[in-house]
Design a protein around this ligand. Structure first.
Ligand SMILES: [Zn+2]
Length: 286
């Protein structure tokens, strides 16, 4: 963990547990051995007893206060570009043969999904052994960067990308005929996902949306099973009372690729729901 150092007193910079830390001496305070670090990497306070030989030299007890600097995310792979030329990037973890694809913000206004995907990638980056040996994990936090930049559900052509995939019943939808696009796969953002699925032989897709507070499977047994599993570990209700929409990425993966696909709807448009999603994500990628 990279942390910011400020030094109080005469102890100076130190190397502790592989980290540079800010060291502060506070005599006569109660010292606890609780190495708590917040999962959001905001502010952490580490306290612990000094080794006995140092106690003899400098002070009977010390309190170390550590303020982490948010670590940069691992560099992204650019998979392609949006209508307005924004890069669509993400991360690939693991090298197994079973590829699972996770993405957020195919609807650009659903911003909590981006935080969820960034937290997920950060967690894997920090804990790479959570990815099963047979798994390859692809994460794209912002599938619709033009919409994200404009806080819009739609892409730079005012198309709902998640109605633009080539399902059998695809039709233009919405108030105007362009809502689902002039034709299926008319949009660079949906074509990028289609190409990625083919190029990496994606077998499982988990699409993040908001804010239904639910997990919804596509219509095959493997998707039902995955949605039940995700529901049990996350607490999102399992919801399968609606027919699948035409033109969605998840429905397309099931229909055209025979894949496993679920939609996770976060509880709000702004929250990552990371504490709900983490146990479910770790369970399904192991
Ligand atoms: Zn959505």
């Amino acid at each position: 963990m990279v942390v910011l150092l400020t030094v109080v007193g005469f102890f100076g910079f130190r190397q502790i547990a592989g980290s540079l830390v800010h060291v502060k001496s506070e005599k006569n305070q109660k010292v606890e051995n609780n190495n708590k670090v917040s999962s959001d990497d905001n502010v952490a306070v580490h306290t612990y007893n000094l080794p006995e030989e140092e106690q003899n030299i400098v002070a009977p007890q010390m309190v170390y206060k550590i303020t982490p600097i948010p670590k940069p995310m691992p560099p992204q792979t650019t998979f392609g570009y949006s209508v307005n030329g924004r890069a669509i990037g993400g991360w690939i973890f693991g090298s197994g043969t079973e590829t699972m694809f996770f993405f957020g913000a195919i609807h650009g206004s659903e911003k909590g999904t981006v935080s969820a995907m960034n937290s997920f990638a950060r967690y894997i980056f920090d804990n790479p052994t959570v990815v099963g040996k047979n798994k390859r994990i692809i994460i794209i936090p912002v599938a619709n960067p033009d919409g994200y930049a404009n806080s819009s559900r739609l892409n730079g052509h005012a198309v709902d990308i998640n109605r633009n995939f080539d399902t059998a019943g695809w039709t233009p939808q919405g108030a105007n005929d362009n809502f689902g696009g002039p034709s299926s796969f008319s949009e660079p953002e949906s074509r990028l996902i289609g190409d990625l699925v083919s190029n990496y032989n994606v077998s499982t897709m988990v699409a993040f949306h908001s804010k239904g507070n639910l997990v919804h499977p596509e219509a095959n047994q493997s998707s039902y099973d995955l949605a039940h599993l995700y529901s049990s570990y996350s607490g999102y209700r399992y919801y399968n009372d609606i027919a699948s929409y035409e033109g969605t990425a998840t429905n397309w993966l099931r229909e055209k690729k025979g894949g496993t696909a679920i939609t996770v709807e976060l509880t709000s448009h702004t929250s990552s729901d990371w504490t709900k999603n983490r146990p479910a994500l770790l369970q399904i990628i192991k």
